[in-house]
Design a protein around this ligand. Structure first.
Ligand code: NOJ
Length: 530
């Protein structure tokens, strides 16, 4: 286990929307380098960067055409090496996004695989053996290639599934996991990982990590075997590098060798009930929505068994949001977000902050889909740095021209950002939030600083529930020698029977009182136990 994870706080960067250093309207790697001081100032110690490799961008880069090459729109491989080096100089680690389950249909492996003549890549993807034979229960494509067969998709039409084998092959065209072609796929992906780790990357976020082996058992036995093999390679060759999975089942994922697994926003699961408990257009009943009646027990029923069963193997990663999820700001106000993020940042495991959440950026409703984003597009808009045009997203001098208005000089049209920026007159910016001591940004920053200060609040610190009483909004939990109380409700509440000192840190009002805790309305507090 890389020891740096104990005190890690991650920051997820969607590169196309972070900072545009060259004025073409799309964020880039030199832009990330330029903004590293902002990441460090917030207190984050690691980055996860969404795919930045050569791609036709039909799924925002999750359709990789060349795993070994940075997409031209983001810069060059040298820029990425420079990002690793600069980040390391500031104590920041960098995780790239590994997409092992599929490539773009434009990847050279697939161009070979689709040929009628057998070749070294024929079985790199999953093909049936007859042009009219489909794949039961799975999306597949026929009629597009000279080869006599249909091929399986992993996600969109542009993403053919790489072949790691079938757990229990039922047809002659289904390969076993130990078929040389499936082992070759696995080695090819391990070599991609080695390439980037040899050049300074600190590990990977792994896309759809649970889905490599097809027809797997419910326990994901086959896919877990693949990852255990990868983990052995990591432990042997790159013991300080880390893997975080998009799996959403920490018990399985951590036993399969991941160091961390995301607690994803899956409808009705524990995490979902904290921040996003609504149907589209309906009321939000989530725990952190003040007065909405959400109960912390719904979170705990789902979370506690996962935590207990996985804590010896690695970490659960709470996210403020990600590029696939509506920003919590969609239904929660600034005060609610302060409490929610304070809580997520002080639970066990390794937390991830999605760029812009630290200032409460909005989910922009009904944006036209961009690069396969669909309803996810509203969470992917340009970072709001300051008060200038496009909120300072683009350094291009042409950005001085208002984006939507016609420019006086046609030869120098205004920069069109990757996606529109928040049109609201009160759109939050980093600049304004930094200047306001009571801002969401400063609360997030303070809580991160507290986490760095107290090892008890970090990934490994002991955790137990002290109070989650029926009929109360207040949730009290212990992290090592510290006691934390969060009350997202509208009324002050007394929680008896928990001895604490005066608070070390408070949002709102909270105090020790008569052998208990008095938690003011919409408050969060950290106390020493006893
Ligand atoms: C999960 C990624 O987070 C998402 O953005 C992508 O579209 C799919 N996997 C397919 O790679």
């Amino acid at each position: 286990m890389p020891s740096w994870l104990k005190d890690a706080v991650f920051y997820e960067i969607y590169p196309q929307s972070f900072y545009d250093s060259d004025g073409d309207g799309i964020g880039d790697i030199p832009g990330i380098i330029e903004k590293l001081p902002a990441v460090a100032e917030l207190g984050c110690t690691a980055l996860w960067i969404n795919p930045c490799f050569d791609s036709p961008f039909k799924d925002a880069g999750y359709d990789v055409r060349d795993y070994y090459k940075v997409a031209a729109r983001y810069g060059t491989n040298e820029d990425l090496y420079r990002l690793f080096e600069t980040a390391h100089g500031m104590g920041i680690r960098v995780l790239l996004d590994l997409v092992p389950g599929h490539t773009s249909e434009e990847h050279p492996w697939f161009r070979e695989s689709r040929k009628a003549e057998a070749n070294a890549f024929s079985d790199r993807y999953i093909w049936t053996d007859f042009w009219l034979k489909g794949i039961a229960g799975r999306p597949y494509i026929g009629g597009e290639s000279p080869r006599n067969g249909t091929y399986m998709l992993n996600f969109f039409k542009c993403q053919p599934a790489l072949n790691y084998g079938w757990y229990a092959p039922a047809e002659s065209w289904q390969k076993t996991m130990d078929d040389p072609a499936c082992l070759a796929t696995r080695e090819a992906i391990k070599n991609v990982m080695r390439f980037w780790m040899d050049r300074g990357c600190d590990g990977f976020r792994v896309d759809m990590a649970d889905s490599l082996v097809k027809n797997d058992t419910p326990e994901k036995t086959g896919t877990s075997m693949v990852w255990r093999d990868v983990r052995e390679m990591m432990d042997r060759e790159y013991p300080e590098c880390a893997l975080v999975s998009e799996w959403g089942n920490p018990v399985q994922a951590l036993k399969a060798g991941f160091h961390m697994d995301f607690y994803l926003d899956h409808g009705g699961n524990g995490y979902n009930t904290l921040l996003r408990d609504y149907e589209i257009g309906g009321p939000d009943r989530s725990y952190f929505r003040c007065g909405a009646g959400g109960r912390i027990q719904r979170f705990l029923q789902d979370y506690l068994p996962r935590y207990e069963a996985s804590k010896d193997y690695g970490y659960i990663s709470f996210i403020t949001c990600n590029h696939d999820t509506p920003r919590a700001r969609r239904t929660l106000g600034e005060r609610e977000l302060k409490l929610a993020y304070a809580c997520l940042l002080t639970l066990p495991g390794v937390p991830f902050i999605y760029y812009g959440d630290e200032i409460g950026m909005r989910y922009l409703e009904d944006l036209p889909s961009k690069e396969g984003g669909y309803t996810r597009t509203g969470s992917r808009t340009p970072m709001q740095w300051g008060s200038g045009p496009l909120y300072g997203f683009s350094a291009g001098t042409r950005a001085m021209c208002p984006p939507e208005a016609a420019c006086a000089d046609d030869a120098a049209p205004g920069v069109r950002p990757y996606l529109p920026v928040d049109p609201a007159p009160d759109a939050p910016t980093l600049e304004a939030q930094k200047a306001d001591p009571a801002s969401l940004y400063n609360a997030v920053k303070d809580v991160i600083a507290l986490r760095h200060r107290f090892p008890d609040l970090q990934a490994d610190g002991d955790f137990s529930v002290l109070s989650a009483a029926d009929g109360q909004d207040t949730f009290v939990y212990r992290r090592g020698g510290l006691v934390l109380a969060v009350n997202p409700g509208p009324a002050e509440e007394a929680v008896p029977g928990i001895r604490v000192s005066e608070p070390l840190f408070v949002i709102g009002k909270a105090a020790a009182s008569d052998g208990g805790i008095l938690a003011g309305p919409q408050s969060f507090a950290v106390f020493r136990a006893g």
